[in-house]
Design a protein around this ligand. Sequence first.
Ligand code: EPU
Length: 432
Amino acid sequence: MDKFVVRGGNPLLGTVRISGAKNAALPAMAAALLTDEPVILENIPQVRDIETERKLLTAMGAEVELGYGRAQHRTTICCRDLVKPEASYELVKTMRASTLVLGPLVARMGEARVSLPGGCAIGARPVNLHLLGLEKLGAQITQEHGYIQARATRLKGARVVFETITVTGTEDVLMAATLADGETVLENCAREPEVVDLAALLNKMGAQIEGAGTPTMRIRGVEKLHGARHRIIPDRIEAGTFLLAGALTGGDLMVTACEPQHLHALLQKLEECGVKVRVNGESVRVMGDGPLRCTDVVTQEYPGFPTDMQAQFMALTTQAEGASVVTENIFENRFMHALELVRMGANIKIEGSRAVVRGRTSLSGAAVQASDLRASASLVLAALVADGETIIDRVYHIDRGYERIEEKLRGVGAQIRRIGELLPRRTTAMAS
Ligand code: EPU
């Protein structure tokens, strides 16, 4: 298993280019199941979850070309001859977002068999709302032997009200509704940029969706969808992680090829902390030359402060003057990184869904363990300001969602190296 060895103390200086959003690319790849024509997706990030999704689609008989180059990361997916509408336990257990194939498969093939994902390091994360939504559209759903079985001759438009806001739940039911007979109204939808990006792709494929980015979406079902070409939005969580790294290390860092509007909640918090933030077109520059001030954050659905930035923000608060309160409202168990930060010298007390961080403690390098994707990023940030060397184990979590993070960090002055088995770089994977 790979590890990162990080030596802290260097301010990050320079420019980092942001990759495409993993959480937009995954549903976009699943959307290709809705048509027998090729779907071309550009700005695909080179991360492990994309590779898992490629395996998932090829196991069903899809042709997936995935090419990573200096200028372009692109995939072409053709789901003309699907043979097996199934997502196996082997793949779903490594990536919960595999459940995104459920809606498209039942809509296009009339059946789907998808492993139940089970619990996860950050919370129970049930998929009941995906299933309730699909049932409203007329799918018959049964569960046995750890699998969800869904069947329908043709889905029928309906009104679906999500009891809780769910990102992939909204995406799953949205995809199914595009091929349903008649109109579907989805209420209490997720408004995340990744949902809006999926709706934009589906509309290019011939779907009729209105209201993406608002709580209510209206979908007029169509008989058939066709192929399309689409560019995936920039990864707002990767961008935010680098901005925090720049601010935390007292650096001067510019992130480019990002969408500053998607970063609004984070940029506001950075300014509250005393960080200078400059937005210019698709770039954001942070200058962390003054002292950091404590700030409270509460995670919320978009446009609120993202849960996917909470762990990294907590790393910043360990270096801010005074006490910051970090409240996690989306997942019930997303403080695993706090315990590792404490091992590095942070002063953090967990009280239910709140973490109270008393800042300006000096951190010292230690052997720590990553428990999930964003927790790993938080440990990397802490290591960048820790005294001495930090060894971060289980970096396969970070490889799921950050493209070449250690190379990008080294490019702006961080001392970080990977030890252990290396990932293949700049390869072209072809599968059919
Ligand atoms: N929930 C239910 N029932 C459901 C679905 C969700 O109770 O059927 C609950 C969850 O347990 C959670 C809340 O609703 O408490 C919100 O979960 P949501 O469904 O929105 O999460 P998700 O769709 O599974 C996506 C991202 C996550 C991100 C969350 C929240 C993808 C592939 N994943 O997950 O990203 O944290 O939305 O914004 O889009 C990550 O990238 O590190 C990551 C975990």
